[in-house]
Design a protein around this ligand. Structure first.
Ligand SMILES: [Fe+2]
Length: 250
């Protein structure tokens, strides 16, 4: 199966925003790597509200427009879209509804959420319910990297039944994020606990924006139909269309 076009829903490509690239040149190099891999669209998802980084929707939108202009000047055929990776916290919904925090394409339909690395806050289930009630679909970033979920991956199923979508990271599947992340990532894809694949790239050296190899791996672990569905799910999210329950089941 030839995977094209590829959409990267989780990528730290904006320079100077977080622990991603620290120059325009490196952001452009990331763009070249992505294009080479067959990626046509990247959602820029800088960290925000995690205690270290605070990146408003307004600031992200301006930087996306700026990077898009640079890509055009360099004749690089890649579309960049607005997004953010928001650490879950109690004021999250207010910040999304008032447009302080960026959702996917500022459409208030989908948002990428980051769990803490080593715990699962008690309010996660309530937060998912409240987001759904506000018609904003939560996408949980790389559950395979959370230590609690590595020990008990099936805990994710409850959140998916509540309507959350889950994103697995390409490098986790390939084993580049450690053995535990890889084992968990494989469990999640084989047991229908994740729905989209993204790079979570941070640079042009050891965390690159590449997806093609991971899609091949996903197809080997599951089926061609499942890999195809992951691609369609990314298109649905980027377009801000309604997600059908059967496509995002757990
Ligand atoms: Fe990330």
């Amino acid at each position: 199966m030839e995977y094209y076009p590829l959409i990267d829903l989780h990528c730290h490509i904006l320079p100077w925003f977080d622990d991603g690239p620290s120059s325009d040149d490196e952001a452009l190099e990331m763009a070249r790597i992505a294009i080479q891999d067959g990626i046509t669209d990247i959602v820029a998802t800088p960290h925000t509200e995690n205690g270290l980084y605070q990146n408003s929707a307004e600031r992200v939108t301006e930087a996306v427009e700026r990077l898009q202009r640079k890509l055009r000047e360099e004749n690089l055929p890649l579309r960049i879209h607005v997004g953010s990776e928001v650490r879950i916290h109690v004021d999250l919904i207010d910040n999304l509804q008032t447009s302080k925090t960026a959702t996917y394409c500022n459409a208030k339909r989908y948002v990428l959420l980051e769990l803490p690395a080593s715990q699962v806050p008690l309010f996660v289930t309530d937060l998912i319910r409240e987001l759904k009630a506000a018609s904003i679909m939560p996408i949980l970033a790389h559950p395979e990297r959370n230590r609690i979920l590595q020990a008990e991956p099936e805990r994710l199923r409850e959140w998916i039944k509540e309507g959350a979508i889950a994103q697995v990271t390409a490098d986790s599947l390939a084993g580049k994020m450690g053995k535990r992340a890889q084992t968990t990532a494989r469990h999640l894809v084989v047991n229908n606990l994740v729905h989209v694949l993204a790079s979570d790239a941070h640079n042009s050296s050891n965390r690159k924006p590449q997806l093609r190899e991971a899609f091949r791996l996903l197809e080997r672990l599951t089926s061609r139909a499942t890999a195809r569905q992951f691609l369609l799910n990314a298109q649905t999210i980027l377009a801000g269309n309604d997600c059908k329950r059967q496509d995002f089941a757990g």
